[in-house]
Design a protein around this ligand. Structure first.
Ligand SMILES: CC(C)(COP(=O)(O)OP(=O)(O)OC[C@H]1O[C@@H](n2cnc3c(N)ncnc32)[C@H](O)[C@@H]1OP(=O)(O)O)[C@@H](O)C(=O)NCCC(=O)NCCS
Length: 180
């Protein structure tokens, strides 16, 4: 995998050059991502190489999201029975530029998103990370511990993430930038 870092989307990043074979993920990124950031509808993070910091290798988005108590698995429902809705973090989109697929950038982005969600959870409680996966990407999420909640919706409980990333490793995801 090339050396990469993950940072918030900024105006110098070359969004127009981002090439995703999935039309919606590419169009969203080119046409709506900056608007979503401005409106606080989503936080958008991009992977770049330090040697070419304007070229976007991949991106993901995070937003606050809530699930109905009856939509979560019974073993988790019991603990949260006092609340009709539970707060989660939505990994709304995640995509790697077609030219850079198969180089573990998707994995790097996903782990970065989970690490970030675990860091946020100590400030604003969140019980899980949720993703609405394309059929072609379901197996990708399942290999990292996501469990199916409904037809195309998956989640990974925050406790599972915190076992992967203990609190001392998640205090400030932007402190050093993550690089491989
Ligand atoms: C799915 C996607 C993010 C994977 O990114 P990537 O950088 O190509 O994948 P990686 O190199 O990080 O793969 C890591 C591992 O996951 C596996 N993997 C990659 N894509 C996979 C998929 N679609 N299904 C199952 N496994 C997958 C790889 O084979 C690799 O496995 P290994 O550990 O056995 O070698 C990327 O292909 C993509 O952007 N696809 C289109 C958009 C999309 O489907 N996004 C998700 C929908 S919300």
């Amino acid at each position: 995998m090339p050396s990469i870092r993950v940072e918030p989307l900024a105006s110098h990043h070359n969004r127009a050059a981002f090439n995703c074979v999935d039309g919606d993920l590419g169009t969203y990124f080119k046409e709506r991502a900056t608007q979503d950031v401005r409106r606080k509808a989503a936080a958008v993070f991009v992977a770049v190489s330090p040697s070419d910091p304007d070229t976007i290798l991949g991106y993901y988005t995070l937003s606050s999201f809530s699930l109905k108590l009856h939509d979560i698995p019974p073993e988790h429902r019991r603990r949260l029975a006092a609340y009709p809705d539970v707060g989660t973090t939505l990994l709304g989109r995640l995509a790697v530029d077609a030219a850079f697929r198969g180089q573990r950038i998707g994995e790097f982005l996903l782990l970065d998103a989970l690490r970030r969600a675990a860091a946020i959870a100590s400030e604003v409680a969140t019980v899980a990370v949720v993703v609405d996966a394309l059929a072609s990407a379901e197996a990708f999420y399942m290999r990292y511990g996501f469990v199916r909640l409904s037809r195309d919706r998956f989640w990974i409980p925050i406790q599972t993430i915190q076992q992967l990333f203990p609190p001392e490793s998640v205090s400030d995801p932007d402190a050093e930038g993550h690089s491989s």
